[in-house]
Design a protein around this ligand. Structure first.
Ligand SMILES: [Fe+2]
Length: 189
């Protein structure tokens, strides 16, 4: 395993600031083409204003087994035709690899499913520490109207990403705004 020196990062649980970040990615509505269920609504929203949906700030570590990648993710509040702002979601390319998410702030859903079709979700709120078992695709969703969803993630250095399966098939559970309850689930047929 590649030898590096120990280091630390300072995370602010309220603002999600992550210092120092070695790399930051920002995903706008236009980056999520093919991921939102209501594609016509997405086109309209992109024309109105191509809003920032989520941002990821990470430390760089070697992409190999033995090292642990880690980052903070902030999902802004909003929806596309009722479907909440969310991450693209992915499977790990190396299917034997798990991941941990610790929610720092906000209200959310961790949506997960298996290639065989099994689906489940965990309600994220401050202090909820979720274990994403090996083989499960994972996507996070901000169900708040006005607050950011902020969480930190830790995963094996060699796990890699498979976004294509999600772009092609989507998640079978689609989380949308609802009257008088936190959310409704649409089943993608
Ligand atoms: Fe992951």
């Amino acid at each position: 395993v590649e030898a590096i020196k120990p280091f630390f990062t300072v995370v602010d649980f309220e603002s999600g600031s992550f210092e120092p970040a070695d790399r930051s990615e920002r995903r706008y509505l236009s980056d999520l083409k093919g991921f939102f269920y209501f594609s016509e609504e997405l086109e309209k929203a992109m024309e109105r204003d191509n809003s920032l949906v989520y941002e990821v700030h990470r430390r760089e570590v070697p992409l190999q087994a033995g090292h642990l990648q880690h980052c903070v993710t902030l999902i802004h509040p909003g929806d596309v035709g009722g479907e909440f702002y969310m991450t693209k979601g992915h499977y790990h390319r190396v299917t034997r690899t798990a991941e941990l998410y610790l929610c720092l702030c906000g209200e959310g859903i961790l949506n997960m499913e298996e290639p065989g079709g099994a689906a489940t979700h965990i309600r994220m709120r401050r202090g909820v520490w979720s274990y994403i078992a090996p083989g499960w695709a994972h996507r996070t969703i901000n169900i708040s109207r006005d607050e950011k969803l902020i969480f930190i993630s830790v995963w094996p250095g060699d796990s890699g990403y498979d976004y294509r399966t999600i772009a092609q098939k989507g998640f079978s559970n689609v989380f949308v705004r609802a009257e008088n309850k936190e959310f409704s689930i649409l089943r993608r047929s």
